[in-house]
Write a protein that binds this ligand. Structure first.
Ligand code: ADP
Ligand code: MG
Length: 303
């Protein structure tokens, strides 16, 4: 289990982490969703003890000092900046890390083979990392943290700059790791990733957590209305009549198309159906985490 209480971290005049508190139960995946500069990497660094907080506490499986060797052994970290050696092969990178963790050589050999397989690098294990594509490097960077089978995994934007194939491989690996009951913290500025992978998501901006909840609840609380676009088979002649059916005065008309917002899309559509007009097509755009972020901060996740 991970518990973080009132973490503060200031760099010169920037407050990078501002009173951050959260709890992640064993086996759960917790997302930190926020734009560049939100404080995601600083939080990860505080969690694994690379930097010390100005105040506040971190507890990993009940242990409060992440720099102690046995606490380190329970922790896998996938850093945002690649932490692999370009002049070594994938196999040698993994062997080097395994030795650092003091893994027994027989166990190490089978773990290396397994990790190369997970990363899809078995065939190219003897080549220098310098020759790899960006996606291959990211995949290796990820499995380096899995080698010693940690119970807690911290992943800092593991898919930034990768091709769609590598991204899928990374997702599938994380989904497998989740099933093994490991506890995961996943940082990202892609709302689709948080929606797909995380049981609970914290919305982070300017070092502050604005809310923590599961995705459905975050959208319910902060997402705002759904957008409906209905195209009719004929041009709408009686606009006032339609307005009555959707209880909405801000309805937009354009030939045979209407657009409006509603917090109850299914009910609105059922009512509209009673108008007797025939639909050609209907688009319902429900709110997502991007809307949540926009409504909480007034800005988008990505510029
Ligand atoms: N070593 C550092 N020295 C000074 N400022 C830093 C340092 N690291 C991060 N920052 C600042 O702290 C804030 C949070 O950064 P960071 O944690 O890297 O955010 P994120 O990972 O969400 O993009 C940013 O404003 C960033 O410029
Ligand atoms: Mg970062």
């Amino acid at each position: 289990m991970i518990e973080v209480k009132n973490l503060h971290k200031k760099y010169e005049n920037i407050i990078a982490v501002n009173d951050v508190s959260f709890k992640v139960d064993k086996g759960r995946t917790f997302g930190l969703l926020g734009p560049n500069g939100a404080g995601k990497t600083t939080t990860i660094k505080l969690l694994c003890g690379i930097i010390k907080p100005d105040s506040g506490t971190v507890s990993l499986n009940g242990r409060t000092d992440p720099t102690l060797i046995d606490v380190r052994r329970s922790l896998g970290v996938v850093p945002q900046t690649l932490a692999i050696y370009e002049e070594l092969s994938a196999e040698k990178n993994l062997r080097f890390i395994g030795r650092m963790y003091g893994l027994d050589s027989q166990i190490l050999n089978s773990r290396i083979a397994e990790c190369l397989e997970i990363a899809g690098l078995s065939k190219r294990k003897k080549e220098k990392v310098a020759k790899y594509s960006g996606g291959m490097k990211r995949r290796l960077n990820m499995v380096c943290s899995l080698l010693h089978e940690p119970s807690i995994l911290l992943l800092d934007e593991p898919t930034v700059g990768v091709d769609p194939q590598s991204r899928n491989l990374i997702f599938n690996t994380i989904e497998k790791i989740k099933k093994q009951g490991r506890t995961i913290i996943y940082t990202t500025h892609y709302m689709e990733e948080a929606e797909r992978l995380c049981d609970t998501v914290a919305i982070l901006d300017h070092g502050k957590i604005l809310d923590i909840d599961n995705v459905a609840n975050l959208i319910k609380k902060h997402g705002g209305p759904s957008h409906i676009e209905a195209e009719f088979e004929e041009i709408i002649s009686d606009i006032e009549k339609i307005k009555k059916y959707v209880d909405n005065t801000e309805i937009q008309f354009e030939n045979n198309i209407i657009r409006f917002k509603t917090s109850r899309p299914m009910e609105s559509l059922a009512k509209l159906n009673q108008s007797g007009l025939r639909f050609h097509s209907i688009k319902v755009q429900t709110a997502n985490l991007e809307d949540v972020f926009l409504n909480l901060t007034g800005r988008r996740l990505r510029d």
